[in-house]
Design a protein around this ligand. Sequence first.
Ligand code: GLN
Length: 507
Amino acid sequence: MSTTTSDDRSFFGHPRGLSTLFFTEMWERFSYYGMRAFLILFMTAPIAAGGLGFPVVQAGAVYGTYAATVYLMTMVGGWVADNLLGYHRSVFWGGVLIMCGHISLAVPTIGTFYLGLLLVVFGTGLLKGNVSTIVGQLYAPEDTRRDAAYSLYYMGVNLGGMLGPIVAGWLAQGEGFKQILAGWGLPPSAAWHFGFGAAAVGMFCGLVQYTLGRKRMPAAAHVPLGATTPEQMAGSRRTALRVVIGVIALAVLAVLAQSLGVIHISATGVAGAMDFVLFGVVVGFFGWLFLGGTWTPAERKRLVVIFVLFFGALVFWSTFEQAGSTLNLFADRNTANTIFGISYPASWLQSVNSLFIVLFAPVFAWIWLRLGKRDPSSPTKFAIGLFFLASSAAVMMAAAMAASGGAKVSPMWLIACYFLQTVGELCLSPVGLSAMSRLAPARVAGLMMGVWFLAASVGNKVAGRVGGLFESLSLTTIFGGNTVVVLFFAVLMVLLIRPIKRMMESA
Ligand code: GLN
């Protein structure tokens, strides 16, 4: 079943399975970020221009809820892999759903638009966390190559993140492609749907290469580690069936109530409800984890570590994910977007983070590998990551001051900010993925990876809300607020380093 062993070193010193997972995730992120790059623009574009003609408030609400739900669903996907399908099959079917989602989005009707988003949400839930879990399963628990492996893998994530917007964005919006369409006798307003189509093709490529690399997957990826007996499997099936029936019943009720005029479901209403859902999920999940779960004392200590890292990540993503909200608006409204006298679209600056990751991830992978046993602990790297993020927010505070008179500032401010953010991200994100895979009890490995992305889900939601304050608060207040909050938690993380390290060593 599996040909990959922990001492296989044929992919840059790592098992060959890592290359399969690298490219699977690269294509998945190609489709995710490719589509995300123009999603809000498509929703707000006038109907005559092929868009949906949504007011910006509605578009923002749909966008924020979509991004938060995508990451929230990785927890469900993790449970499904742990208890029903196993990791390998979950990733495959997740990819299939994502591809179908983008195909649905490529069809120009409002119904297929929402159906497409829903399919991408469920598909990413099944794929994203589980593909990250399999990376960890390639290594023996004590293998020191794990952090370096996640740094390499993270480069795949961002290679997709960089190329997706360039390709899908050009198809959806580029003037050159619109002319090609006109040459084919098609209306240029149809261009958006070729962008969605490109995302579907990207996911298809990912599926093909994932299937070809099936044999390189570790044995653990082929079994649901949390349901090893027939009784446990039957129990999982019952739980899944109940949840599916419950969700379908709720959806039918909601649609009925809406059509009878009893309730009015609006995008902004759903976005508001989502704030409460996320809060409830975080409190409910950790409440269950610490009060309800049956863990050994060693596992319990590791779960405390996971909780602290989760919280650090939540703070990190809340500011970091503002790249798509406040920083994007700053790029659009307050930045002089010209280079050597030639102007470029503000959205190009969205690629800078991924570009820096691609450039620097190998450097970080090398550093962690070189340090070997002297490699800093995960909480130390988290604290460093938070300090870099605070410094990036401080740079933006200075940029906001420079822009306060209404002057358009140099793009170098944003580029400097993204550079510092990227260094912080490289200290925290691949390290967090790696820590989750190392610390989680094996039978809940998928679920715990989902918890990592729950932090990203909340972060995206907060980032969306802060973006909503762009016109009501001064920019120095927003960026100053970011700086102070992140700095506070960076210092807190420093104080926690020793106790957390002690817990990790004794667990
Ligand atoms: N950009 C990274 C990815 O897409 C991290 C996203 C996140 O976890 N917030 O995987």
